[in-house]
Design a protein around this ligand. Structure first.
Ligand SMILES: [Mn+2]
Length: 361
């Protein structure tokens, strides 16, 4: 039985540019702690092989502090660590992988073609390959048929199983199934995913720490207990914070009240995007809501997807500026051909009414 930890897509030193500067700095620091948390897991769970399937770094620019913490954490793992560089951190002679002095227990795959390292004590072979540029369109697994010889055959690889013509190392389920590998530990897809590939176990752990609302929920890594013909995998959460999107319907309800009643338990620790839906006469006063609720959230952003309430036109008959304005826009609204045009007129109505009534939008 061999115990394996499989992680990918740490994207260390991601800039978090969509966040306010203070929070972005905090998130970079928290990301930097991720290898420490992995090292703790390795020690606590008796892991014997660590597989890191690329995009360890978000890009070329890596802070010296990040390298220091990473190499120290990898050394503390005290077992063989294999890294297959990905499209964000591809291997090249002047790059971060080549320039860094790595601990003795770390092996980095540096070639585009597949190499194999034998761990005879564990009766295991670890294969891997590197991105050597920001993209690769060849099918690296094509033509690979490893003979079964009783040893555990693992591969750590950055590659894309979601598109046959991918520019990021396409891998098909058929290629994986024909490879003879017991286990293909992948990186690139940022969500947890297990693929059906015959007798080859094929999986992604996803990004262990989500970096945006497109990477929601808890992030983590895979822990595997492997032997020939039998594998058990456990997903272990390691993320510090999660991204959540909440939808709130405000039809006939006051957005302030609705939001106040919906403050989640993890508001102070996680990042939230609130999407308002339903019908409103005035739209959502995002600035006002932000002022009221910002303190209650670690991070809060709001999206207004509400539509105009039907009774907004009720005052179109008034002999006032507002009446004239509404009458004019009502004609435009009714003549609009596409939904997009209608939305534009609706927006104009909201801005116009707010201006006339001296409200903030
Ligand atoms: Mn990635």
């Amino acid at each position: 039985m061999v115990k394996v930890l499989h992680a990918a897509d740490l994207h260390l030193d991601s800039p978090f540019t969509s966040l306010p500067p203070q929070l972005a700095k905090l998130r970079r620091e928290e990301l930097r702690e991720l290898p420490d948390r992995l090292a703790e897991l390795v020690r606590a769970r008796g892991v014997q092989i660590v597989l890191l399937a690329g995009d360890l770094f978000d890009g070329e620019r890596v802070y010296p502090e990040t390298i220091e913490r990473l190499t120290a954490a990898l050394a503390r793992m005290g077992c063989p660590v294999f890294i297959s560089p990905g499209n964000h951190d591809f291997f090249h002679p002047g790059g971060v992988y080549a320039k860094t002095v790595w601990p003795d227990n770390v092996y980095i795959f540096t070639t585009a073609d597949i190499r194999a390292v034998e761990l005879s004590r564990l009766e295991t072979v670890v294969c891997g390959a590197a991105f050597t540029g920001p993209s690769r369109t060849d099918h690296v697994l094509s033509g690979l048929h490893l003979p079964k010889d009783g040893r555990l055959l693992l591969m750590v690889l950055h590659g894309d199983t979601t598109a046959v013509n991918s520019a990021y190392g396409p891998v098909t389920a058929e290629e994986a199934a024909a490879s003879g590998l017991d286990c293909l530990c992948l990186g690139h897809v940022h969500k947890k995913l297990v693929l059906d590939a015959g007798t080859t176990d094929c999986r992604y752990p996803g990004a262990p720490e989500g970096r945006g609302f497109d990477e929601p929920g808890p992030g983590g890594i895979w822990l595997g207990q492997l032997e020939k013909g039998r594998q058990e995998w456990e997903f272990v959460q390691v993320s510090r914070r999660e991204h959540h999107t909440l939808e709130l319907n405000v039809t006939n309800r006051d957005p302030v009240t609705v939001l106040r009643r919906s403050i989640p338990e993890r508001a102070k620790s996680d990042l939230y995007r609130i999407v308002f839906t339903g019908e409103t006469a005035r739209g959502i006063d995002r600035k006002g809501l932000e002022r009221t609720f910002q303190e209650k959230f670690c991070y809060l952003e709001m999206v207004d997807k509400t539509t105009l309430a039907g009774d907004i036109w009720a005052r179109a008959g008034e002999e006032t500026l507002r009446g004239l304005f509404l009458k004019e826009l009502r004609t435009k609204y009714d003549r609009a051909v596409t939904e997009e045009e209608r939305q534009q007129v609706a927006l104009a109505v909201r801005y116009g009414l707010a201006a006339i009534e001296g409200r903030d939008i």
